[in-house]
Design a protein around this ligand. Sequence first.
Ligand code: CA
Length: 271
Amino acid sequence: MKIRRLVSLLTAAAIVAVGTVVSTSAASTFNGSYFGTGFDSYDWGKMEASDGWSNGGMFDCTWSKDNVQFSGGKMNLSITGNQWQGYKGAEYRTTQAFGYGMYDVSMKPIKNDGVVSSFFTYTGPSDGTVWDEIDIEFLGKNTYQVQFNYYTRGQGNHEYVYNLGFDASQGFHQYGFYWDKTSITWYVDKKAVYTAYRDIPSTPGKIMMNVWNSKGVDEWLNHYNGRAPLTAQYDWISYTAPGSSGSNQQQQQRQNNNNNKYNNNNNNNNN
Ligand SMILES: [Ca+2]
């Protein structure tokens, strides 16, 4: 234990020495039964806003903490700027990592070509781990749909697009996923709508939300027209550990999920 910690410290020191700006060790993993925030204000210590750097690639913006604002019990994540001075996006995340359990958000994404509004878990090389991720992504080109996805040890290509039957950009709805060792089930307004079973990720990750404008992925997101500012709103997020008392509502969600699985199995048997 001591040796491992020392090695970890030395590694961290070495990385700092070469000037890498990313964080240098895995985040501590949350070990309580419930975590949540209602976005009344910046939760210092529990949450942090990305600031002053860019993911690069298809992300055509620099994260700015100024684009993370709290007002009237909501968090506003905004895309600002212009093509001459550059664009700024917004990203807010937990400082701790979270493992298996139920993740929920109440949010209202941006409607606009070329942008994404998201709620996801992420851990990767910047945290000293493999790249594992579970996504709920709204593509601003069509906010009547939501895209689910996940990455396991850096392997993605698990996209699934669900037709909501309403325009997500017009009001707050609850979206979530229940993650365990063998499956991930996504929810819309507390109803299980899709389950993935193959190659499920296992590494705890930070809970993250962001909004960003894109470049070079017009086939996926449509071309960003430069419109700004654009704002997605988040009302609250929560995490409930598996098997914990949690909220009755989340227990009910899991129960419904099990019933759905049972019904699906019955249907398969009937076929
Ligand atoms: Ca709120």
